[in-house]
Design a protein around this ligand. Structure first.
Ligand SMILES: Cc1cc2nc3c(=O)[nH]c(=O)nc-3n(C[C@H](O)[C@H](O)[C@H](O)COP(=O)(O)OP(=O)(O)OC[C@H]3O[C@@H](n4cnc5c(N)ncnc54)[C@H](O)[C@@H]3O)c2cc1C
Length: 505
C-alpha cells in the first residue's frame, strides 16, 4: 500500500478526549493537529463521565486536604509532587472549563455545587445536571476547539504506529485516515492522549474502542510504562446485558442507596466499616464475592432516591429504563467492571515520556497522581490539568530535523481474537488475581500473538498481564489471592524488551 507523507510544524495530538483537547488548546498559539479515531465527542470516556471533577473550590476545603485524600486512596504509590500539581491547579482548571461554557451546577450564591463521593473527606465534586458532567464539559471544550484558529482536527483518523528516528526519538505517527489510506505525519512533538483500556476486558464501563492503543504504541516505540497492573474496577456497573455495561454512579451510594443480596439483605457492613462508602476496590471485591457465592448483588435506590431518580440521575435512569428496569421500583443488578487504568506511559510533571519527542496525558499516562487506586472524580481533573501541561511543554519542542525510519502499521486484531482476549483478561486479570491465572493469561496472549503478531490490543494486554504477576502483594486495585498481604511500596516500570522492574515510590 502506498503511504502518503506530510510534515506538520506543530504539536501532533493523538486522541480527542478531555486530555487531548486540553493539550491542543494549551499549545496555542503553536499549531496543533488532533487525530481522533472517532468523531469528536464519540468513542471517548470523557463524554461518558457522570459524577464530575474533584477540586477544592469551597471555603471549607483546601488543595492540601484534597491531596491527603488522593494519597490515602493511592495506597502508598502516589507521587506527592504529581498529586500537589493536580490538587493545586484543580480549582483553576474547573474555572477555566466553566469560562469555556461548561454549565456546572451552582449554589444560590453562585459558587460551585459539589457532591460527596467515596473516600473524599469533603463534598468537592463539581457536577453538571446531577450525572451529566462529561458530556457537558466536552460540548464546551469541543466548541472552543472548533473555534480555535490554531487547531486542526481530523476525525476518523487512527494511529497505527509511532514514527521514530535512528536515535529513538519520536518523530510523529503513521495513521490510517478516514478513507483507510495510510499517512505518515512527521512532527517535532507528539502527544498521546488515547485514554484507558476498558475495551480489553469483557466487562467494562468505557467505550469499547478505548483499548490501550496509546499504551501499546508508546511501548512498541520503546517507552517506559509504569504501574500497568493497576486497573480500577467500578463496583457498580449495571448488569443488564449491555456491552459496555452502563454505570450506576457512585453518587447513588453517596445519596444512601444500599447494596443488597437477591433476598434484600444489605451486605457491605460485613466487609468494611464505611459500608457503601468504602473504597472502590473493597466494594468491587465484596460484590464479586457475593456474586461468586450465588447470593447476587443489587443496588437498591428505591428508598434513598425513589421518585427523584429521573431528574437527579437522568443518565442512570435512562440506561436502566432502556432495558425495562425501573430503578424507582426495582433494585439494579450490579457487577464490577473495568473503569479506569491508573498505570500508563510514564511521564514527568510536564507530560514528557522516557522518549524524546513523545508526551502523554490523561488516562493513557502515568503521572503518579493516582498511585495504586484513583480517587473518584480525579481523572477528568487529571486530563484537564496534565493535558494542558503536556500541550504547553510540547508547544516549545524544536524540530530535530531528523528523518523517521521506515515503519509498518501494527497488524489489526480480528474481532473473534479480540473477544477471546477480552474474556481472558476479565477471567484472569480481574478484581481478584493469582499466579496460575496470570500465567494462563500470558500463555493465551502468546498464542494470539503467534497468529496475529503485535496487534495493539495484544501489546497493551501483555503489559498488564506481565506486570501483575511480578507484583507479589495486594495493594489498592491489585488484589492477589495468593499474596493477600501488603508488601513494600514500590512502583513498577516495564518496557517491552525487559521484565518488570520495581523501584521505590
Ligand atoms: C462511564 C464512565 C464514567 C466516568 N465518570 C467519571 C467522573 O465522573 N469523573 C472523573 O473524573 N472521571 C470519570 N471517568 C473517567 C474519565 O472519564 C476518563 O478517565 C477520562 O475522561 C479520560 O480522558 P482521556 O482524554 O484521557 O481519554 P478519552 O476521553 O477516553 O479519549 C480518548 C481519545 O483517544 C482516541 N483514540 C484512542 N486510540 C486512538 C488511536 N489509535 N488513534 C487515534 N485516536 C485514538 C479516542 O477516539 C478518543 O478521542 C468515567 C469513565 C467512564 C467510562
Amino acid at each position: 500500500m502506498t503511504v502518503a507523507r506530510m510534515s506538520f510544524d506543530g504539536v501532533l495530538i493523538v486522541g480527542a478526549g478531555l486530555a487531548g483537547l486540553s493539550a491542543a488548546l494549551a499549545a496555542a498559539p503553536r499549531r496543533a493537529l488532533v487525530l481522533a479515531a472517532a468523531p469528536l465527542g464519540q468513542g471517548c470516556s470523557s463524554a461518558w463521565a457522570q459524577g464530575g471533577m474533584a477540586a477544592a473550590l469551597s471555603g471549607g476545603d483546601a488543595p492540601e486536604l484534597h491531596a491527603a485524600d488522593a494519597i490515602a486512596a493511592g495506597a502508598g504509590l502516589c507521587d506527592p509532587a504529581a498529586v500537589a500539581v493536580l490538587t493545586r491547579e484543580g480549582p483553576a482548571a474547573v474555572r477555566r472549563l466553566a469560562a469555556l461554557g461548561a454549565p456546572f451546577d451552582r449554589t444560590a450564591d453562585g459558587g460551585f455545587a459539589q457532591s460527596l463521593e467515596a473516600a473524599h473527606g469533603r463534598a468537592r465534586v463539581a457536577r453538571v445536571g446531577g450525572d451529566g458532567a462529561g458530556a457537558a464539559i466536552m460540548q464546551a471544550v469541543i466548541a472552543a476547539v472548533r473555534a480555535a484558529p490554531s487547531i486542526e482536527v481530523r476525525e476518523g483518523w487512527r494511529v497505527r504506529r509511532l514514527l521514530t528516528d535512528a536515535a529513538g526519538r519520536v518523530r510523529g505517527a503513521l495513521a490510517e485516515d478516514a478513507a483507510g489510506s495510510l499517512v505518515e505525519i512527521v512532527a517535532p512533538a507528539t502527544v498521546l492522549a488515547t485514554g484507558g483500556l476498558g475495551g480489553l476486558y469483557a466487562v467494562t464501563t468505557t467505550p469499547r474502542e478505548v483499548r490501550g492503543e496509546g499504551l501499546a504504541l508508546a511501548a512498541l516505540a520503546g517507552a517506559v510504562i509504569a504501574d500497568a497492573e493497576f486497573v480500577q474496577f467500578h463496583p457498580t456497573a449495571m448488569d443488564l446485558g449491555g456491552d459496555p455495561a452502563p454505570l450506576a454512579t457512585e453518587a447513588l451510594r453517596g445519596e444512601g442507596a444500599k447494596l443488597v443480596n437477591a433476598d434484600g439483605t444489605p451486605f457491605m457492613a460485613r466487609y468494611h466499616a464505611a459500608a457503601e462508602l468504602a473504597p472502590r476496590d473493597v466494594v468491587a471485591r465484596a460484590i464479586a464475592a457475593e456474586r461468586r457465592a450465588g447470593r447476587g448483588a443489587f443496588l437498591d435506590a428505591r428508598e434513598a432516591i425513589g421518585e427523584a431518580f429521573p431528574h437527579e440521575f437522568p443518565a442512570v435512569f435512562a440506561a436502566a429504563m432502556a432495558t425495562g428496569l425501573d430503578p424507582r421500583r426495582q433494585p439494579i443488578p450490579v457487577v464490577p467492571a473495568v473503569h479506569y487504568h491508573m498505570g500508563g506511559i510514564e511521564t514527568d510533571l510536564a507530560g514528557r515520556t522516557s522518549l524524546a519527542g513523545l508526551y502523554a496525558a490523561g488516562e493513557c499516562a502515568a503521572t503518579g497522581a493516582h498511585g495504586a487506586n484513583r480517587l473518584a472524580s480525579n481523572s477528568l481533573l487529571e486530563a484537564a490539568v496534565f493535558g494542558a501541561r503536556a500541550g504547553r511543554a510540547a508547544a516549545v519542542a524544536a524540530d530535530p530535523g531528523t528523518a523517521p525510519l521506515p515503519s509498518e502499521p501494527a497488524p489489526e486484531l480480528p474481532d473473534a481474537a479480540l473477544q477471546t482476549l477480552r474474556r481472558a483478561m476479565s477471567r484472569d486479570a480481574g478484581v481478584v488475581r493469582d499466579g496460575a491465572g496470570l500465567r494462563r493469561l500470558i500463555a493465551e496472549i502468546d498464542a494470539l500473538e503467534a497468529v496475529h503478531g503485535h496487534a495493539l490490543p495484544l501489546v497493551a494486554a501483555r503489559l498488564v498481564a506481565e506486570a501483575a504477576p511480578a507484583r507479589r502483594e495486594s495493594r489498592g486495585a491489585h488484589f492477589r489471592a495468593d499474596y493477600p498481604e501488603l508488601g513494600r511500596p514500590v512502583r513498577s516500570r516495564v518496557t517491552l524488551s525487559r521484565a518488570p522492574a520495581f523501584e521505590a515510590a
